[in-house]
Design a protein around this ligand. Sequence first.
Ligand code: NAD
Length: 432
Amino acid sequence: MATIKKPYENFLKNLRKAAKTIDLSSQALKKLEEPEHIHTFDVSFKTDDGKTMTVPGYRVQHNSARGPYKGGIRYHHEADLEEVKALASLMSLKCGVVNIPMGGGKGGITVDPKKLSRNELERMSRAYFRLGTEKGIFGVHKDVPAPDVYTNPQIMAWMLDEHEKVLGYKSPGVITGKPLELGGSLGRSYSTSQGGFYVLLKYLESIGKKPSDTTIALQGFGNAGAYFAEIAHKAGMKIVAASDSKGGIMRAKGYFEAKKLNEFKKTTGSLRGNFCEGDTCDLEKMKREEVREVSNEDILELEVDVLVLAALDGVVHAENAKNIKAKAILELANGPVTLEADEILEKRGIDILPDILSNAGGVTVSYFEWVQNRSGDVWEEDYVIAKLKKIMENSFEDLMQIKNKYQVSYREAAFILGMERIVRAMELRGTI
Ligand code: NAD
């Protein structure tokens, strides 16, 4: 059953719950409930047949008390202001949780990018960023975007180029997630998964479980999921099932080598595609490889230690939460567990390592990229990853202190941690 998405409403509910726990002043809460700026504009660009296409574009700047706004730009036919507002607000908290000196923002265009040619995509991306630059929205000390759903390093390169054309000088720190040749950071491509992995390691340590005794089911095998599989496997964790948009596969016995999963994915473009075409599966091959089919719904309900969600939002909801058998959930995706499911899982004693901590490795290395661009330095990959590790581990420990102090869930503790840091910055500035 499809769930109705109310991302901003859900953000507000979580925010108010955390605010109540710490007895936050109504003045401070009010500041966090509304973004500082909401920009909406029409993005017009030429299509390949010479016509003009106009699509709605957004940039929401939620809170800048701790530093310039930071957050991705997504292209999606279902992207709307409500979603962008929620994501911008969560970015403020996320930057607070990992204690980097940045605020929260998010951008988007309501468009189906798959229907655009490469040239159209370029013209649209340039038009969006030109408008944002001319209106004074984006700037290295003001608002620093990054990639999100269906945007990538090439799109960041076009946007940077357009920005610098308007300014008339170089300003690589205005956008992150760029190609390495244009000032991108080493380690950025797998930083989200690496950060999530460090959070999981700390969690396992806190419950006295060894990585090598930990079984994992992984939903989503794109950027976040595939890198996570590689990193987790290398650490001895046992991946027993994995899926992508075409369906999933699980081990009849034993576990998957990450290399093998990557090979499967590369060969046919999907994990299941190696064994099945439509409803017809090559049973002999499955037997040989000791593989069974598992649907995207069923993978969520496998009996494993950790369910890693690295695909879409809202996949664990009120209807299936009661069937989840994993002992813990790692949210690499943004918002994969709905508010209703959160409550059910909490009552059932299933720990959820929340997105605003678990996938914050991406924004952390984006921040490193911004620092490198501003200083003109290029950091070595080992240095980037060592710094990321420290930040993720410290953040987990900070979160645990709050969790223990207030006896709340991991998500609520993360909200409190991010919120307290933003509120302190607002107090110091005298804005509350
Ligand atoms: P991606 O597009 O590279 O991968 C998405 C994966 O999900 C693909 O394997 C796709 O096949 C799979 N998928 C789609 N529908 C599915 C379904 N119904 N069931 C199972 N799998 C399905 O995206 P990504 O960059 O890996 O991002 C995944 C999630 O992680 C998103 O929520 C994103 O916002 C979040 N995230 C990513 C990053 C990052 O740095 N990549 C950072 C923070 C958060």
